[in-house]
Design a protein. Structure first.
Length: 108
């Protein structure tokens, strides 16, 4: 479940958020929130959408698809609210855009 280009010359995660998304997915599965089959169906569906859009090989797209699939699965399972996720996503985007380079991103 590593990045497709991971290996000798590439670490499995290019950024901490990718490792966190991976760890969160494993944790939620271990807690019984979803099965690996359910996860695989959502993730492969998201990757297929990116492939159809011609963006599957864009930088960060693998783990962006990972996060989108996780969000969709949690909403489908009734574990998260799609509107709340959208609000949080926008809040983090806004915080990122107003944070000077090199400073930690925080929500107000």
């Amino acid at each position: 479940m590593n990045r497709p280009d991971a290996g000798k010359d590439h670490p499995p995660f290019a950024a901490p958020w990718q490792a966190q998304a991976f760890a969160l997915t494993v944790h939620l599965h271990q807690q019984g929130v979803f099965t690996w089959k359910e996860w695989g169906e959502h993730f492969s569906g998201q990757r297929h959408q990116s492939a159809q859009a011609g963006t599957a090989d864009a930088p960060d797209r693998y783990y962006l698809d990972w996060v989108q699939a996780l969000e969709q699965l949690l909403v489908a399972k009734g574990e998260a609210d799609g509107e709340v996720l959208a609000t949080l996503r926008q809040a983090w985007t806004d915080a990122y855009l107003r944070t000077p380079h090199g400073e930690p991103v925080t929500l107000e």
